[in-house]
Write a protein that binds this ligand. Structure first.
Ligand SMILES: Nc1c(NC[C@H](O)[C@H](O)[C@H](O)CO)[nH]c(=O)[nH]c1=O
Ligand SMILES: CC(=O)[C@@H](O)COP(=O)(O)O
Length: 149
């Protein structure tokens, strides 16, 4: 794996559920990648219905030869029941395992919040943008893996 360049292609695997949040995460990730020198056309978005579908598509995308890295982005916001907890735990565990086993770097951008306000704060609000954080994390992995692989 060489350090990223203008040819580097990065996949964003993004859930549409709570897209008022996830759209903002995409903007943050894309802006950070472009500022770092990644071509806008080389930031490729794969949309899935909800967070639960992210791991499967992230696994398939990570096996596309042209893709150098994967950023997963989603927003699980607590409702009236325990559903939030089960989705959050299942997706987190799957993505943690995938991040270790995938052939390319994969970073975790799933917001799991108690309410929409907390999510907005982390999607370009006063607590930053998780999408941008993930983009920076991936770029750091590119640098590190260049030394290890
Ligand atoms: N409640 C949230 C969901 N629920 C949908 C699931 O992720 C999944 O798409 C469905 O169960 C079909 O398999 N998804 C989120 O991304 N965020 C939520 O808050
Ligand atoms: C986390 C979710 O599934 C949420 O959108 C719906 O939650 P609930 O059915 O617990 O209100």
């Amino acid at each position: 794996m060489t350090k990223f360049n203008e040819q580097t292609k990065i996949a964003l695997v993004v859930s549409q559920f709570n897209n008022i949040i996830t759209d903002r995460l995409v903007i943050g990730a894309r802006q950070t990648l472009i500022q770092a020198g990644i071509m806008d056309d080389n930031v490729i978005v794969y949309q899935v219905p909800g967070a639960f579908e992210i791991p499967r598509i992230a696994r398939l995308v990570s096996q596309i030869p042209a893709i150098s890295g994967v950023i997963t982005l989603g927003a699980v916001i607590k409702g009236e029941t325990d559903h939030y907890q089960f989705i959050s735990e299942a997706v987190t565990q799957q993505l943690a395992t995938l991040s270790v086993n995938a052939p390319i770097p994969l970073v975790f951008g799933l917001l799991t919040t108690n309410n929409i306000e907390q999510a907005l704060n982390r999607a370009g609000g006063k607590a930053g943008n998780k999408g941008s954080e993930c983009a920076n994390a991936l770029l750091q992995l590119f640098e590190l893996e260049q030394q290890l692989v």
